[in-house]
Design a protein around this ligand. Structure first.
Ligand code: NAD
Length: 481
């Protein structure tokens, strides 16, 4: 697959004609190439977006909605092809791409396409003297930069609200998983999406990504990715007073109280630890268990984890596919070594899984469960972002909260208890942006999505995203003489 940039409605090579290798995680083979775009490509994309902006931003919400719905329908029509491409590019089980990633990308477009049909603006009445009304205006050209773990899902989660609000977009998917963003650009051409409104430029973060952030004419940056990258983006953007929305890393606690629905808690904990090979920012990578049920939980959990089937992403029975890249596999393996040095017990997994040809050089790791580590050690503090989870006992609610809140991150947490008062009390005291009680990853696209502390700044979802991508302007009207 030869991937091209999508600028001004046309597929094109990067100006320097240079390409990077694109790897298939399931086999470890190069299977395509992607543009190694630089500043000059971003300049072209921003110019195209600026030319398209006057028409797109002044279109009625109804007309913008129709264009976005066309994209949603095109994703639905091509769901199978997109799912195959996502699984091949990322290593995730095909079934996951078919049932979660691509349907969600479709829904991201339809959700924001219809949300703008119901928008209302504020009016503040000052009695007989005056009144105010507030316009919400799009920002102009905005940059959207996304990671590799949920490629089209997170790419469209940014692009859809940005476009719906009337902005023109320069977007960069992760260089590790560019395939479905490229297929989306082909769909844009197929459905006649207006040229220049959405531009998709491929390339490395410190080249193409950095150029989007630095460009004086990008008015806002919506970024999802690692905390260190987010920090760099925030520093660059601050100097230009650019709006930023930063969705960053996590080290989420999954808190199991003694009165939980045991079977459901164990089953869901397996999923929240290892779905997408543990490469979801919302995975519960630290499981905190009340000491009275610690051993029982550990036994049941490890037994179920051992049964998870690691295999080729396109095999129907596969539950855990390949990690996204060799570099990432090695990073996760290094963390397992750190855990051993810190004195952790590897209860299961921790080793590479050797599959037969053609998958023998793919990036497979057995789901890994570790216990015996202090909450303060590196394994329990740093984001691993792979199929690795730790178990820790706690004595009481206060200790559970202290451990849960005792990292620099603050993205999400899960609580398992039948005690209603405790559930709400603990939820209120967790220093995170999202809490699930007796469930995990149940999503309503209207709710605020994002983290606190080193997990980010700002919220996505529903009106929060539409507010980020617009600027309020108050207009005061004097009424009496
Ligand atoms: P990353 O930070 O390496 O890259 C993310 C994106 O930023 C890529 O497109 C990359 O090319 C680009 N980039 C890199 N350097 C840049 C720079 N200097 N300027 C501009 N762009 C740059 O992250 P990743 O490895 O792709 O993704 C994994 C991380 O993403 C994990 O930390 C995970 O927790 C996080 N994540 C967070 C959320 C969330 O909603 N909070 C969701 C998914 C993933």
């Amino acid at each position: 697959m030869r991937i091209l940039n999508y600028i001004d409605g046309k597929l094109q090579e990067p100006v320097n004609k240079k390409f990077l290798d694109n790897y298939q995680p399931a086999t470890g083979e190069v299977y395509g190439e992607i543009p190694d775009s630089r500043k000059e490509d971003i300049d072209l994309a921003v110019e195209a977006a600026k030319r398209a902006y006057p028409i797109w931003s002044s279109m009625s919400p109804g007309d913008r909605s129709k264009h976005l719905m066309n994209l949603s329908h095109a994703i639905e029509k091509n769901l199978e092809e997109l799912a195959q491409a996502e699984s091949k590019d990322n290593g995730k089980p095909l079934k996951l791409a078919q049932t979660v990633d691509i349907p969600r990308a479709r829904d991201n477009f339809s959700f924001f396409a219809t949300a703008i049909l119901h928008e209302e603006n504020a009016m503040h009445d000052m009695g007989k003297h005056a009144f105010n009304y507030t316009l919400r205006k799009p920002l102009g050209v905005v940059g959207c930069i996304s990671p590799w773990n949920l490629p089209l899902y997170l790419f469209s989660w940014k692009i859809a609200p940005a476009l719906a609000a009337g902005n023109c977009v320069v977007a960069k998917p992760s260089e590790v998983t560019p395939a479905t963003a490229f297929l989306l650009s082909k769909l844009c051409i197929e459905v006649g999406f207006p040229a220049g409104v959405l531009n998709i430029v491929h390339g490395l973060g410190h080249h193409a990504g950095q150029a989007i952030v630095e460009h004086p004419d990008t008015k806002a940056i919506s970024f999802t990715g690692g905390t260190e990258t987010g920090k760099k983006i925030a520093e660059t953007a601050a100097g230009q007073f650019k709006k930023t929305s930063l969705e960053l890393g996590g080290k989420n606690a999954n808190i199991i109280f003694e009165d939980c629905d045991f079977e459901t808690a164990v089953k869901t904990a397996v999923k929240s630890s290892f779905a997408n090979q543990g490469q979801i920012c919302l995975c519960g990578s630290r499981i905190l268990i009340h000491e009275s049920i610690y051993e029982k939980f550990r036994e049941a959990f490890v037994e179920q984890v051992k049964k998870l089937r690691v295999g080729p992403p396109d095999a129907a029975e596969t539950q855990v596919g390949a990690l996204v890249s060799l570099a990432h596999l090695q990073k996760v393996q290094q963390y397992i070594e750190v855990a051993k040095r810190e004195g952790g017990n590897i209860l299961c997994g921790g080793t590479e899984v050797q599959l037969n040809q053609p998958y023998a050089r793919g990036y497979y790791l057995s789901p890994t469960v570790i216990d015996g580590l202090a909450p303060s050690c590196a394994t329990n503090q740093e984001e691993i972002f792979g199929p690795v989870v730790t178990l820790m006992p706690f004595k009481n609610e206060e200790e559970a909260l202290a451990i849960a809140n005792g990292t620099k991150y603050g993205l999400s947490a899960t609580i398992w208890t039948q005690n209603l008062q405790r559930a709400h009390r603990v939820a209120a005291l967790l220093e995170v942006g999202i809490v699930w009680i007796n469930c995990w990853l149940v999503r309503d696209l209207r709710t605020p999505f994002g983290g606190s502390k080193a997990s980010g700044m700002g919220r996505e979802g529903g009106r929060y995203a539409l507010e980020f991508f617009t600027e309020p302007k108050n207009i005061c009207v004097w009424l009496n003489q």
